[in-house]
Design a binder for this molecule. Structure first.
Ligand SMILES: [Ca+2]
Length: 350
């Protein structure tokens, strides 16, 4: 048996967009004689499907290419663009910067607000290069220095301008002297691994007593209310200046990372300056949070002879309030340097 479809124009439908002639299909089946297709359902099915196809075609044509309907779901690109715009505009036009665009796709590290400084040498002073400097403090024209090494540790008081020694005290040879600070009429000196601090009269170096602490002793300073002690780790310890009991401690961090090897200290204008052992760098630390707010790069200030490399390192920070300059030196250095801090372009002026 064979089949063939014969079109006719018996039926006419008016559809949106114009008139459309639908041919009535008359299907004849030849099996010896012609007959009309009995099943009208086949014809209606074809008509319904054709009508749907035309409706979809017309609906699509009402939306210009490349433009989305307000009611249609946004494309992926549209969603990123909209959220991105919404995120960075708000009421702050200053945030509408190209960097914000890249940050949404490739998050950049947070902008650092850590200041960076170099230095300008204002003046140099002689320094006894036999001194293994572990503590340095200036007050009223005099420089106080504590030195280390077993059998060589001592305390000195010198006139800064003339370099003349006006007071000196040797430690018993079993003690390795470390950081010093002045608190009122007292001079306080740490020892490295003996867990003993010594207290003297500032003017005569007459012994006033001693105290114990649990950690190693490295650097020492104070904020007017508390002694601040470093122990070679990233921890600063706060001690009561009368009882010497520890009242608190703080981990020093630079952009979230601990900063170990904190050594000689100086408290200036609310922040702690700390030499980092065996580097040419001084960290500026917020003593409330432990956060490093600045770095001073003193590389090039002094280059020790090869045989002293690793020993003759930067270690000594004092503050000269008249000029607001730092006075820095190192272990076995032949000079002290009065320096002015110079902010690098990426840092803040101080
Ligand atoms: Ca100091």
């Amino acid at each position: 048996m064979t089949c063939r479809a014969v079109p006719s124009n018996d039926l006419t439908f008016a559809l949106p967009g114009g008139r459309c002639f639908i041919y009535y299909l008359r299907i004849t089946i030849y099996n010896g004689e012609q007959m009309r297709l009995r099943s009208i359902h086949v014809v209606l099915g074809i008509l319904v499907l054709s009508g749907l196809g035309i409706s979809v075609f017309l609906a699509v044509r009402t939306v210009p290419a490349g433009e989305e309907s307000k009611n249609s779901p946004p494309s992926a690109a549209g969603r990123v663009g909209y959220a991105h715009h919404s995120d960075r505009t708000g009421d702050d036009p200053g945030r509408d910067q190209p960097t914000a665009s890249s940050s949404s796709r490739n998050p950049a590290p947070p902008q650092s607000d850590v200041a960076h400084y170099r230095y300008k040498v204002v003046k140099t002073y002689p320094h006894d290069r036999r001194c293994f400097t572990q503590g340095l403090v200036y007050e009223d024209g005099f420089l106080y220095e504590g030195t280390g090494l077993y059998g060589q540790s001592a305390l000195y008081k010198r006139d800064l301008q003339t370099g003349k020694t006006v007071q000196m005290l040797r430690l018993p040879e079993e003690y390795f002297g470390e950081g010093i600070t002045l608190f009122g009429d007292k001079l306080i000196q740490l020892t490295w691994q003996s867990h003993i601090g010594f207290v003297y009269r500032k003017d005569t170096f007459a012994p006033l007593g001693r105290f114990k602490y649990a950690t190693e002793g490295w650097g020492l300073t104070h904020d007017g209310k508390r002694l601040i002690l470093s122990d070679g780790t990233a921890i600063l310890h706060f001690l009561d200046p009368n009882t010497y009991a520890e009242t608190g401690r703080l981990q020093v961090r630079d952009q979230g990372r601990p900063v170990p090897n904190l050594n000689e200290l100086e408290f200036i204008d609310g922040v702690v300056y700390a030499n980092i052992w065996q580097t040419d760098r001084i960290a500026i630390i917020d003593p409330k949070t432990g956060r490093v707010t600045g770095w001073i790069d003193l590389s090039g200030l002094y280059t020790p002879p090869a045989e002293e490399e690793g020993e003759a390192v930067l270690n000594g920070i004092a503050y000269l309030p008249q000029t607001r300059h730092l006075l820095v030196t190192g272990k076995l250095w032949p000079r002290m340097y009065e320096i002015e801090l110079v902010a690098e372009q990426t840092g803040r002026q101080r």
